[in-house]
Design a protein. Structure first.
Length: 129
């Protein structure tokens, strides 16, 4: 059972416990027990997050991610790349290692499917259509 469903069930049980307080007294259920149940329900309710709130928070973080990555790229391109150029002649091994590390393969890029069964966005080889 999901959190919201469990919360709804617990509220229904607490409501029925209040409605049937007199018969439950014969089983040893007191007002203190019902108050403890209501307190536990309130504590549980404060722990679960509604699905809409979670979606909104995820959207907020995803939106911020683009800005954070742009700032990191700016540091690389505007600062580190310029700083490393000082080592081009004094420490060529370091400079070349840095340049090789910066020359990354964009394997994380996805291409749209063009409807030919070829998902990398390229045209299929002649005669394979």
């Amino acid at each position: 059972m999901h959190g919201n469903q469990a919360l709804l069930l617990a509220r229904n049980i607490a409501g029925e416990a209040v409605a049937h307080a007199a018969p439950l007294a014969g089983y040893g259920v007191t007002d203190a027990d019902r108050e403890a149940l209501n307190a536990a329900i309130a504590d549980y309710e404060s722990l679960i997050v509604s699905p809409r709130t979670a979606v909104n928070e995820r959207k907020q973080h995803t939106g911020n991610l683009a800005q954070i990555l742009a700032a990191a790229d700016s540091v690389l391109y505007d600062k580190l790349d310029k700083l490393v150029s000082r080592f081009k002649y004094t420490d060529p091994a370091f400079y070349n290692g840095y340049k090789n590390a910066r020359n990354t393969n964009n394997s994380y890029v996805r291409h749209r499917s063009n409807g030919t069964g070829n998902d990398n966005g390229e045209n299929p080889a002649p005669g394979t259509e």
